[in-house]
Ligand binder design. Sequence first.
Ligand code: PHB
Length: 361
Amino acid sequence: MSVDLFTPITLGKLELPNRVVMAPLTRNRAGEGNVPTDLNAEYYRQRASAGLIISEATQVSPGGVGYPATPGIHSPEQVAGWRKLTDAVHGAGGRMFCQLWYCGRISHPSMLNGKLPVAPSAIRPEGEAMTWEGPQPFVTPKALTEKEIEHIIGEYGRAARLAREAGFDGVEVHAANGYLIDQFLRDGSNRREDRWGGALENRSRFLMRVLDTVFEAWRPEEVGVRISPENRFNSMDDSDPATTFDYVAHQLGGLGLAYLHVLEGDMLSGERALDYRHLRDTFGGTYMANNGYDLERARAALANGDADLVAFGRLYIANPDLVARFREGTPLNEPDPETFYGGDAHGYTDYPFIEEETVGA
Ligand code: PHB
């Protein structure tokens, strides 16, 4: 039987009714104290027909923050906010993972009470940080000491435990898009000469150690990992992405993870040169493809065995009932980039469902 988007799939003990995943999407609408709000809960509840929802990137500690109004998973208030939100998603029949995030050098002193952002090496990214005062040039980050690295690993562990208290079904470790774990993985941002840099074994040590502590709170089959081997976003590069991520995929393949989530190619241009089928085969487990997929490409990827799940970002911003629209072949709402980052319910919870369009038509 050929697999399509509506073929159920099991991740560990979790049964997904379809393979349409809501990708993690930063929307900058968390409340005071970076606490998830009732409006955030409504937004995710509307999208509960996804096979799986992955939360927007969520900082594991105050030091992990990099953008205004992104949620955290480190305070009791945040856990309570997430609990209301996961209850809303579960009440609507959905399943949801929490994406664990630490921005590292992509942050700015004005987001960190004047402290320097941290990174594996003191290499300043090109471009601008997003702050409450508007865009500001990135600064040269402080290279982490080994002690500080251990401390941050501990923060991931605590956040993973809190994600369980908050009612999530699993967690996704964000190792993509130029944030802290990715800064360790790729040699453009990691020039360390200790056991956290240099050889692939060393560059992937931070990710593997984070996973070890996450596994104290979650079974491996409840944990996903997101990588982005070729994404240049956030000033990232690697001298040999094929070899680097072949190694990473191979290491991750032995852990029994829920899935490997791959942002294929470059996030902004869509250019891709790597052989993702090879990466998928190297990993060997459940593979979630992402980056610019539409219905046709998603169907082809599943039918060819190039992917087991497909995560949709922009399409999920504008189409809370994306699963029904795909199933029925209904035209899609167009996302409005003006309302992607920050703001209120407009461009967030007011995209119409199919029924609303047909009522009065
Ligand atoms: C963003 O805010 O643009 C953003 C955040 C997290 C990502 C990618 C992009 O992984």
